[in-house]
Design a protein around this ligand. Structure first.
Ligand SMILES: Nc1ncnc2c1ncn2[C@@H]1O[C@H](COP(=O)(O)OP(=O)(O)OP(=O)(O)O)[C@@H](O)[C@H]1O
Ligand SMILES: [Mg+2]
Length: 354
């Protein structure tokens, strides 16, 4: 194996201490969402979760809720992946969390949680069959809005998952596919916060226009459904807690940098788009900020060249790819970047909780 976890623990106590000071007794559920594809959602989920668990010693569960299963493919070894996905039927995946509901058996009793070898976090692995459940969630949404217990139960399937996993983790992260479809709606209605990975292009800015509006409409509709519920005692109290999701922040990714007489700066073509992001984020998502002064920028991840694909083929986070040559520099940069993002992540959580 060419990777090895060799990371300083000096800072560990500090971030963990700051997290512990927040006094959280149950996990916070955070979904990583942008309805534009290919912006680096999966890469960010996996690497930030690895930073928080390997370096900061927080307990993280990652749920691969994207039928593309990219997060699972990244986090499992090739052997594990082949063994699991060559099974017929594929066993113990996110599909097992939803399937019992669709055949009238209610929520599943156990969560199919596994450990990852190199990333530090635990995982509920993805399943291509999850795409088949898009229709179930879409149909039951109509029932949920009208207060139907069946519809509400289906819509809150991820709330059930979160409450079952809650006592064993500090954070539950959701990697999601790029759409405003029914699966993602259910996740967004169950999570405490959403975090937005963005690429620095005009399409990414365009994509965020719809998100704030969609969230507000969905939250009103589900709150109405909860009010109309025929027999509210059948709805778990904990599912009612999230009548408003918070925006934890955004991370911009994959810009190019230039070095001039010792100064490093973002290449102008990216910088000119990056400059527009803060005002656009505030315009469309301000209602999800905890205060007017809130700073939603969690940091920026430059294009890390071949470190990204190398970390994929080694199935290890970027901060633990210990190959030499150009990787020495990019790995050091990745460690600095994820250290900064993890600190801002805890700071912003603090703003929401206080
Ligand atoms: N900082 C980075 N430096 C270099 N390459 C990166 C970086 N972040 C992501 N990538 C690459 O960009 C591509 C897209 O990333 P990723 O799969 O994480 O996006 P995504 O938003 O999850 O996509 P999808 O919408 O399909 O789920 C991948 O090939 C990944 O290796
Ligand atoms: Mg992805």
């Amino acid at each position: 194996m060419t990777t090895r976890t060799r990371i300083s623990t000096a800072r560990t106590t500090e971030l963990k201490r700051r997290f512990d000071a927040l006094g959280q007794k149950s996990a916070k559920a955070i979904c990583f969402f942008n309805n534009k594809g290919g912006v680096g959602k999966t890469t960010l989920v996996a690497n930030l979760a690895a930073q928080l668990s390997l370096v900061d010693k927080l307990r993280i569960l990652v749920v691969d809720a994207d039928p593309q299963c990219n997060l699972t493919q990244y986090a499992l070894t090739d052997d594990e992946f082949t063994e699991i996905y060559s099974g017929d039927p594929i066993a113990n995946t996110i599909f097992n969390v939803i399937h019992p509901l669709s055949i009238g058996k209610g929520y599943s009793d156990n969560l199919p949680i596994r450990k990852t070898k190199n990333f530090g976090f635990d995982i509920i692995i993805g399943d291509p069959r999850l795409a088949l459940k898009e229709d179930l969630l879409a149909q039951d949404w109509r029932d949920a809005k009208a207060g139907g217990i069946r519809g509400l139960k289906t819509t809150f399937v991820f709330s059930d998952l979160i409450s079952k996993a809650s006592k064993d983790y500090d954070f539950i992260f959701f990697d999601m596919g790029p759409s405003l479809g029914a699966i993602n709606r259910s996740i967004l209605l169950s999570a405490d916060f959403f975090l937005m990975p963005m690429s620095i292009d005009i399409f990414s800015i365009w994509a965020i226009k719809n998100i704030g509006e969609a969230l507000k409409v969905w939250q009103n509709e589900i709150n109405n459904g909860l009010r109309l519920a025929e027999d509210p005692s059948e709805i778990n109290e904990s599912f009612r807690r999230n009548q408003k999701i918070g925006f934890l922040g955004y991370v911009t990714q994959q810009h190019k940098e230039k070095s001039e007489s010792g100064n490093v700066r973002v290449v102008e073509a990216y910088a000119s788009i990056q400059d527009k992001i803060p005002s656009e984020i505030s315009r469309v998502l301000r209602d999800f900020f905890p205060s007017r002064e809130y700073n939603p920028s969690l940091g920026t991840i430059k294009h890390l060249a071949s470190l990204a694909p190398k970390s994929q083929s080694l199935h290890s986070p970027m901060i633990t790819v210990t190959l030499k040559g150009s990787y020495t520099t990019t790995r050091a940069q990745a460690r600095e970047i994820f250290k900064g993002i993890s600190e801002r992540f805890i700071e912003n959580l603090d703003h929401h909780i206080l």
